[in-house]
Design a binder for this molecule. Sequence first.
Ligand code: F3S
Length: 310
Amino acid sequence: MTMAAIKQGGALNSESRRIVLAQVAGFCFGVRRAVEITLGERMRSAGCMTTIGPVVHNTQVSARLQAEGIEQVVSVDEVASGTIVISAHGASPQIKARAKEQGLNVLDVTCPFVTKVHRSAKQLLEQGYQIILVGDRGHTEVVGVIGAIESRGGEVTVVSAPEEVESLDLGPRVGVISQTTQYSSVFEQVAAAVRRRVPDVRAINTVCGATEELQHAAVNLARQVEVAIVIGGRSSANSRRLRELCEAEGVPTYQIETADEIDEEWIEGKSTIGLTAGASTPDWVIEDVARRLNFGSLPEVWNLAHPDEK
Ligand code: F3S
């Protein structure tokens, strides 16, 4: 991506500050779809609606859903009636079955790209491969995939770095898949480390396109600014990776959830400030931050594009 691929938020203002927006930022297809379906169901139905964990990893989105009367709980056991919403990150079949046993309606807004990870894992199991999932232990998506495979009598080994492959007990056939929001580079390194030890390896890169677009745009942004601000939930895996990528470019980088967290010291004396946002960060939060950085108004040129719109 070139300089032209970075959108620039207006000319230098009186304070000589320029806000540079990443070419793509914020809501991906799967998050937008999950929020729209959930709110659409809310409009149609007056009954209780509850999400198991957040629908997407963003506190402001959760608050907005709560304002519409959509509650959030940790476990399906806490829900007595109505509809439960399975988040964009998916869930294990055991959770869905338990909800049905309890007589609940299930609204499944799992992102289709997460469903693809489940499908790939099941294929590998059926074909007799030992399964390695490159991902973050404990992440909702990872827990869901493990549950799906365990419900079929299989096992999943979660690996977060290629160095971990050395100590694994590996058979002759190994399948490698990935959490959707990982780094493709780490997935490829893990697959290569497995190939060095195992004769039959089937690697299916299930990192989603939106993740890759956001990551490329963040790297290009970081190369052009003096300080980078990543807007995204603290529990958002993809927002954390955007921060790590900007930091790796040697740029001071700060991750915030809202404009109120901006510390003036970070931007003092800086003439170019980069802005990007994770896949679960809504536009209104991004715009709020841009206004705060740009003395109360949006930069003159403001073309916020999402990862699947370019
Ligand atoms: Fe889906 Fe990728 Fe977004 S998996 S929820 S499109 S980050």
